[in-house]
Design a protein around this ligand. Structure first.
Ligand code: FAD
Length: 431
């Protein structure tokens, strides 16, 4: 059925609302480009809140970097096809700073340790590197570095966060780390199991924070800092952490939980609201299901079904549609495909070569480096090695020649490639 309404007109359409799509829409709006964004929740809602730049290279040796900029220099020398190799250090830095300052202006401040990576705790109690740390987690970075007397609080009803496991895993390195569970039923109406997002909103309800402080206070002991699962507020997390610190007389910090992640949900909400306020027209949750190109190069994109279907008429497109989970890529018996434009996907020659024998093989799996090959303008290439379309760009985890999970470069790659695509589009238009 053809859509009844006239198409939505815009200069640029961003396909995807993971971190790369959000960042691309933000950069486009900041440049005054009329922008439409379409997508269903991306990986952002599962992300820890830490913003990685580069943690590991080479993957084979698992070498970690406290100086990520030096790591990127070595990576781009060793691996010239990695998307970072197409970007200047200044571009990556500018892109990251723009996103972090946007988040800060909207109540989600971040810190970094003077151009260095910081060691942070994972929900499992392991330690890893990251670059930007949410303000609400920063005290944990200091406490871990100085091994200060610390208490980790768990909630009996928040079953996918184990304070005991974190303390157990870290006890050799951090002898003055203790843990204690408290019951949420004394604080909110929580049943036998509660999810982090519900709890986070509960923490902003009048009276609940005082009750939480009262239940933690008897266990404080010699603790100089207290770590709590990252459920301390949805919209006012920094305020909640400050108030709880004040009530306990001890600095409090958040520790990421397993997905679904409240810090990820906070970021998702801040982007959605901020982009809408900046004039980006959002079609969430929607998917682009069809496309065609007019003789002047304009794209007509189709979304929705039946009577609710509609069209977008757009000069440029940024494809930030992610990998397999987000359905930007699909794997079938014949190979790995890009699902919307059927763009060529860089991939191993046959399925046998997709994975190594060992799941945890340090080299990573070749299938995880499959994706779109691009030119210096971040335009996907066709089979002849030329840009598939003049104004179709690609950003984020759909790009080939990277393994963001193992290299710990997810956010840096998503944000800097998004910046590159918007810059390329805007340069083409002289805007
Ligand atoms: C569990 C988890 C934990 C993470 N933790 C961290 C972390 O600690 N540090 C860090 O730096 N990064 C982390 N990340 C990674 C980061 O948040 C980004 O998810 C990642 O870099 C990839 O983002 P992306 O935008 O490229 O893709 P995705 O987040 O996968 O988003 C793809 C988007 O494209 C949309 N899409 C696909 N096809 C269509 C279509 N046809 N029409 C419209 N929309 C479409 C999807 O709906 C989705 O919105 C984590 C991610 C996950 C999943």
């Amino acid at each position: 059925m053809m859509p009844k309404d006239a198409p939505t007109e815009c200069e640029l359409t961003v396909i995807g609302c993971g971190l790369s799509g959000m960042a691309a829409a933000l950069f486009a709006a900041q440049k005054g480009i009329s922008t439409v964004q379409v997508g269903v929740n991306g990986g952002l809602i599962f992300a820890s809140g830490y913003l990685d730049l580069l943690g590991i290279h080479p993957m084979e040796t698992g070498k970690t970097w406290s100086e990520p900029w030096a790591g990127i220099a070595e990576l781009t020398y060793d691996w010239p096809e990695h998307p970072y190799a197409r970007l200047k250090k200044k571009t990556i830095r500018t892109a990251f700073e723009k996103v972090v300052s946007f988040l800060g202006e909207n109540g989600l401040s971040y810190r970094e340790a003077g151009n260095q990576n910081s060691e942070v705790m994972t929900p499992l109690g392991t330690i890893r590197n990251t670059y930007y740390v949410p303000e609400t987690m920063w005290e944990g970075v200091r406490a871990l570095k100085e091994k200060r007397p610390c208490l980790i609080i768990g909630f009996e009803e928040l079953v996918d966060f184990s304070a005991a496991q974190i303390a157990g895993t870290l006890k050799e390195k951090w002898p003055r780390l203790r843990w204690q569970n408290v019951r949420l039923s004394e604080i909110t109406w929580a049943g036998p199991a509660v999810s982090g997002d519900i709890l986070a909103r509960d923490m902003e309800m009048p009276g609940n924070l005082e009750k939480l402080a009262n239940s933690i206070r008897p266990h404080t002991g010699d603790a100089e800092v207290i770590g709590i699962p990252a459920v301390l507020g949805m919209e006012r997390s920094q305020e909640v952490v400050s108030k709880l610190s004040l009530a306990l007389g001890v600095r409090v910090f958040e520790i990421p939980t397993m997905p679904l992640s409240v810090p990820g949900l906070r970021m998702n909400a801040v982007f959605s609201q901020g982009l809408s306020d900046a004039g980006v027209e959002l079609f969430f949750p929607e998917r682009i299901s069809s496309w065609k190109q007019e003789s002047d190069g304009t794209f007509i994109l189709g979304l929705g079904k039946g009577a609710a279907s509609r069209q977008i008429r757009t000069e440029g497109v940024i494809l930030a549609s992610g990998r397999f989970w987000a359905k930007g890529l699909r794997a079938d018996r014949d190979g790995i495909r890009e699902t919307l434009f059927d763009l060529p996907v860089h991939q191993p020659r046959d399925r046998e070569a997709w994975h190594h024998q060992q799941f945890l093989d340090l080299q990573g799996h070749p299938a995880n480096r499959a994706g779109l090959s691009i030119d210096d303008q971040f335009r996907p290439l066709d089979l002849t090695g030329k840009p598939a379309f003049e104004k179709l760009f690609a950003a984020g985890s759909i790009l080939a020649h990277q393994d963001w999970i193992r290299m710990k470069c997810g956010s840096g790659l998503a944000i800097s490639s998004a910046y590159a695509t918007v810059t390329a589009f805007s340069n083409m238009r002289g805007k």
